[in-house]
Every structure is written in C-alpha cells, then in structure tokens.
Design a protein around this ligand. Structure first.
Ligand SMILES: Nc1nc2c(ncn2[C@@H]2O[C@H](COP(=O)(O)OP(=O)(O)OP(=O)(O)O)[C@@H](O)[C@H]2O)c(=O)[nH]1
Ligand SMILES: [Mg+2]
Length: 426
C-alpha cells in the first residue's frame, strides 16, 4: 500500500490494586499491542504506561497523564491514541476531548484488523455483528470515530456505511445479520452431517496467533495425492493472518484420509463479542475428533499464550477433547527443549520438518484408536460423566433407571478404562 501509515501513540495502564502486572508482563502486553497496531497498518510512534490503583471512571488514566498524552500527540503529530484495554463510551469521548485526536481501545483495534482480513461472507458478517454490538454499547461516547469518514484504522469494516445511524438502525441491522448467519449455519450443519456420514475424522489446529498453525496445515497436506500448491493456506509473520476457517485433506501413514482445519488465531483479551460472533466458525473445533494445540516455543510468553488458548477452548466447551500439544519453531531454539515432557506433547519445526513424522504418528494413534461397545450404569450424582460421554462418544442408547442413567456407548480405550467402575457389560 502506498498510503501513509497512521502515526499512533499507545497507552497502557497497570492496575495495581486488582491484577498488578510485573514490569515484564506489562512490556510484553505493550509489545503485543504494538504488533496489533502494525497488523492494522499503523505505526507506533511512542508508548506510555501508568501505574494506578484503579481505572479512572471518566478518563481511564489520570487527568495529569491525559495531559502528558496530549503533549506527546502534539509533539509527534500522532493521528490517534490506542489504549491497551477496553474503554467505555464516556471514557472515549472524554479522552478524545483531552488529547485532541481519535481514541481507540484494544477491542476496536482488533475488530478493525478482523474487518480488514475477513474474506468469506460469513467471516464478514461475524465481524460486522461484533462491531455493531461494540458500537451499540458505546453510542453515547463515540465522537470522532463515528464522524470520521475516508477510512483509516478503526473505520473499516462492512458495517461502515451504517455505523453513523442511530441505535434503532443498529438493532435492525443486528437482527438482519443474525438471520443471515443462521442460514449460513444451517448450510454448514448439512455439510458437517455429510462429513460425519462419510466418517472422515477431523483434526482442528488451534493456538495463539502467529504460532504456526497455517504452516503446520501446509506441512500436513503435502503427502495427500490431491495436494497441489493452490491448496496451501496463507501463512505470514503477522498477527491474525488467518481469519476464515479452511478444511483440507491430509493422509495418515496407513493411507487413511483425514481433514485438517485451520482456525483463527487467539490473542489475550480477545473481545468477548468477537469470540461470541466467531463461535459458529469455531464450532469446527467442537466437532473435531482431535485438537492439535500449536504453541510457538520460541516466544518468551509461550506459557501465557497457552493459557489464553486453553481458556478460549474452555469457552468453546472443548477442553475435554483429545488434545495434542505441539511446540513449534524448535529450530529457533536449537532444537533443545526444557519443557516438561509429557505424553501428548511433541516438539517440532514446520520450517525444517523436524519431528513431523512423530507428530503424524501421534495423530494416527489418536484417530485410529479402537472403540469398545459398553453398557454402563452412571449414578445420578455423576451427571458430569454422562455429559462427557455424550459429548465425546457415540451414544447408542440411554435411559433413566432407578439407580442412575443406563448408557450404551462406543468408548475409546482410554475412556473405557477411565469409567471401568461403571461398566456393566461389554
Ligand atoms: N523459524 C520458524 N518459523 C516458523 C515455523 N513455523 C512457522 N513459522 C513462521 O511463523 C510465522 C507465522 O506462521 P503462520 O503459520 O502464519 O502462523 P498462524 O498460527 O497460522 O498465525 P495466524 O493465522 O496469524 O493466527 C510465519 O512467518 C512462519 O513462516 C518454524 O517451525 N520455525
Ligand atoms: Mg494462520
């Protein structure tokens, strides 16, 4: 792009009374905000941070700090200030008055990146829905943002035309999109039904943005007979390179086919509305037979990134699925790992192919594991077990009997052993 990059000042608050961050965590979080700004097409000209016991209700940061921000904005001729948190409508308006330029929060910034990247109709609608909900809750506040025309960070997205209208208009548009999305979803369900009938297992790649999910997908599909370079997905050293979910065919050493899905990357403080909006897309994860959690082992913050991913999997109700954890980019670490070695973990490099065969073997073992048909009697107070079996296994029959729930299901060896005490007959 020829366009001049917008100059952006980023501001972070360390709220010391509630969840004080260490200096390292604070800097890492600001580094990530800087990468997000770059992903949106902007350039960070300065960063400011403040320690405060709590947020200021009107200005988020202290008013003295807000003046300091304005001085920097003038001196550096910044176009915009981006805050590393979610702001209320009132805070945005007050801050814009105080600093004299547009103010965005972390959520609006992420929404803007998503708006730029979404390609499919569904992806675009999901982003618009999240944007509309964001704006609806801030209608009183948004000043400069809403009146800004002519593009730039924070103004992009399919919703742009409608965003200047009032709440009623927004409500109407939200309902329209919900209806359209419901249509798309029905379609998706039909497709999913067909895939399940065909009995092709699905492996979902999940992980923090930039961990190497798309690179891994591209490595996994290479041995399939229908592979061609066009089947490869976009992979790049930038946050949120992938937004739309894709499914590609791959093959196991035994010759059995499976499907791999590449999903949107996660990031800490992913806006709640966005997770909600993308839940349908991420349902592929819910229906997957196996989850491969890709971790960038070379990232200093890999443990925080893992926690974030696990947290989002939890929101998707998918934590009790089979998960293989893959530590990628081991070439950057000299192939030496000091992480705890556990079952279901593997250290790889998509770049060099290191341990890729090991990973494929692990996937094969998980997907081809044998099932045993068993009849169980689960006591009423262990409803959690019944739920888990319903989610993970094929339940042929269940009924409520006097002393519990009688269930006939196909159990994996693992589950069979886990629930052995409840098994009545095989
Ligand atoms: N050194 C090294 N770089 C890697 C490796 N795997 C991936 N990368 C690089 O890491 C960057 C991100 O890779 P992607 O595959 O796009 O990551 P992703 O997880 O799909 O990211 P999003 O789609 O943005 O969430 C790219 O520049 C890759 O070339 C690896 O094993 N070693
Ligand atoms: Mg990707």
């Amino acid at each position: 792009m020829e366009e001049k990059k917008e100059k952006i000042l980023i501001v972070g608050l360390n709220i010391t009374d509630i969840k004080k961050k260490s200096q390292f965590e604070m800097e890492a979080s600001m580094d990530e905000l800087e990468e997000l700004v770059e992903a949106a097409g902007g350039e960070v000209v300065a960063r400011l941070t403040q320690n405060r016991p709590s947020r200021d209700a009107a200005y988020y940061i202290g008013t003295g700090k807000a003046e300091e921000v304005r001085d920097y904005v003038e001196k550096l001729e910044a176009d915009m200030v981006v805050f590393n948190d979610e702001l209320s409508g009132v805070q945005i308006r007050n801050l814009e008055d105080a600093v004299g330029v547009t103010v965005l929060d972390r959520t609006a910034l992420i929404l803007d990146i998503f708006a730029q990247r979404a390609l499919s109709r569904e992806g675009k609608m999901q982003v618009e829905l999240a944007q509309l909900k964001y704006r609806r809750s801030r209608l009183i506040g948004l000043g400069k943002q809403l009146s800004r025309t002519g593009g730039g960070i924070g103004t992009r997205g399919p919703g742009e035309k409608k965003l200047e209208t009032d709440r009623r208009h927004i409500e109407g548009r939200i309902n329209d999109i919900k209806k359209e999305l419901a249509d798309v979803r029905r379609n998706r369900e039909v497709q999913r039904g067909q895939r399940m009938k065909a009995n092709v297992p699905i492996v979902a790649l999940v992980g923090y943005t930039n961990a190497g999910k798309s690179s891994l997908l591209n490595s996994l599909i290479k041995t399939h007979r229908e592979y061609s370079a066009e089947k490869e997905v976009f992979s790049k050293d930038m946050l949120f390179a992938t937004l739309d979910v894709t499914l590609r065919k791959a093959v196991l050493p035994s010759g059995k086919e499976f499907l791999v899905t590449d999903t949107v990357g996660f990031v800490s403080n992913l806006p709640h509305d966005l997770v909600e909006a993308f839940k349908a897309t991420l349902e592929e994860v819910k229906y997957a037979d196996l989850i491969v959690h890709v971790v960038d082992a070379s990232n200093e913050n890999y443990d925080m990134q893992m926690d974030t991913t696990l947290d989002i999997l939890k929101q998707l109700d998918s934590l009790d699925k089979d998960i293989i954890t893959v530590f990628n980019k081991m070439d950057k670490m000299g192939f030496e790992a000091d992480y705890p070695k556990q079952e279901d973990m593997v250290f790889i490099s998509c770049k060099t192919g290191y341990n890729m065969d090991l990973l494929v073997d692990m996937i094969e073992k998980k997907l081809l594991k044998s099932f045993t048909k068993a009849k169980l009697l689960i006591p009423f107070e262990r409803g959690d077990i019944f739920n888990s079996i319903q989610k993970k296994s094929q339940v042929e029959h269940f009924e409520y009997v006097e002393n519990g729930i009688s269930v006939t299901a196909l159990l994996s060896d693992e589950d069979y052993n886990r629930y052995r005490e409840f098994v009545l007959e095989q």
